[in-house]
Design a protein around this ligand. Structure first.
Ligand code: MUC
Ligand code: MG
Length: 367
């Protein structure tokens, strides 16, 4: 069960259509495939999505920090020593998606070694989650058409709508068009990626007061400490901390400071080991949890559902598990399928993910 090698393989797969939001846009999945090898011949896998506009990481930086710093810190450790892996990686600040991909590949390798699924190792609550789809910036009619397509093709009835543009009426018109177009049978919530000020956020939430929103997420920056507290105190829906609360300590700070009342857990940035800590903290504090999407590919989405399905609290709300549908291709040999609005974990050991060697050869950038 000893780790013998950690590989970081950069690859790029174009999106069929880009995802646009207030803090950036994604045109291609320029991710890093991480493989953790053991002395038993087992290989665990996970992917790291660089999001420079959220965490400052780049694809080249993720490869460099894994090859130059992290690999040698974990080689020689047992797969059972996940807390030691965590502690060693945390000697280096930042680099959340690079650390998380190593952590998740270690869990995958452990599951494969023990012939147990990662979901069962983590908690084994259920084997599936309902799916929520993120709608990126576009004209109202195009966003309604996309939501209808997701509902009719995949049975998805929960949508997270990207907002944060100026004037705020650009986005409030979209949310209104979605409610009018899709009716009361869908659930809607909004994510501003820090695009508005606190006052703009309050104005937008007032304009949308009759639209029955489930949540609001990161409408304004957490660094506007007083503005954000003032906003959150007047809302009658949970306010989700996403990029403002990466670590459990960040979550504690935001929640105790009155700047958030719910949390997004993203395995892409907290892996499984750190996501468990955030989950337990959320349970202790009585927070709503949404399993979020870091604009993940299929492997990342599989990690999210593997974690989300493992606990009652993380599987209670629909998870953001569908944006891989916008990619032109993927690395998995067996594609993920969303049916009747649900995504199931893969049966079998670990994450149950097999990488297609031909696809990896085609998309890898280090050939
Ligand atoms: C989200 O929930 O914000 C976009 C930026 C980011 O950091 O994550 C995505 C989705
Ligand atoms: Mg968000």
């Amino acid at each position: 069960m000893k780790i013998t090698q950690v590989e970081a393989i950069p690859f790029a797969i174009p999106y069929r259509k880009p995802l646009r939001f207030a803090s950036g846009e994604v045109h291609a999945a320029e991710h890093v495939l991480v493989r953790v090898h053991t002395d038993d011949g087992i290989v665990g896998v996970a992917e790291a999505p660089p999001r420079p506009f959220t965490y400052g990481e780049t694809q080249a930086g993720i490869v460099a920090v894994i090859d130059g710093v992290f690999a040698e810190q974990v080689v020689g450790l047992s797969l059972l020593a996940r807390e030691t892996v965590h502690a060693r990686l945390n000697r280096t600040v930042g680099n959340p998606t690079a650390k998380s991909a190593i952590d998740m590949a270690v869990w995958d390798a452990l599951g494969r070694t023990l012939d147990v699924s990662v979901t069962d190792l983590l908690g084994g609550y259920t084997d599936r989650m309902r799916v929520s789809h993120m709608l990126g910036f576009d004209e109202p009619a195009a966003m309604v058409a996309e939501a209808e397509r997701m509902r009719d093709t995949h049975g998805i009835t929960t949508f997270k709508v990207k907002v944060g543009r100026r004037p705020v009426s650009l986005d409030t018109a979209v949310v209104r068009a979605l409610r009018e177009g899709l009716g009361e049978d869908v659930d809607l919530y909004v994510d501003g990626n820090r695009g508005w000020t606190a006052a703009e956020s309050a104005q937008a939430m007032k304009e949308m007061a009759d639209l029955g929103l489930l949540f609001a997420e990161e409408l304004c920056p957490a660094d506007d400490v007083l503005g954000r507290r003032w906003l959150v105190s007047q809302l009658d829906v949970p306010f989700i901390a996403d990029e403002s609360a990466v670590t459990p300590a960040d979550v504690t700070r935001e929640v105790l400071g009155g700047s958030a009342t719910a949390v997004s857990i993203k395995t892409a940035r907290t892996g499984f080991t750190q996501s468990q800590r955030t989950h337990h903290l959320a349970e202790g504090l009585g927070l709503e949890v949404v399993m979020g999407n870091q604009v993940d590919g299929q492997l990342g989405s599989l990690c999210t559902v593997a974690f989300g399905a493992a606990h009652e609290l993380t599987s209670r709300r629909p998870g953001e598990l569908s944006n891989f549908l916008d990619m032109s291709d993927d690395l998995l040999a067996e594609p993920l399928r969303i049916t009747d609005g649900e995504l199931t974990v893969r049966p079998g050991a670990g994450l149950g993910a097999e990488i297609d060697p031909d696809k990896l050869q085609r998309y890898r950038l280090d050939r």
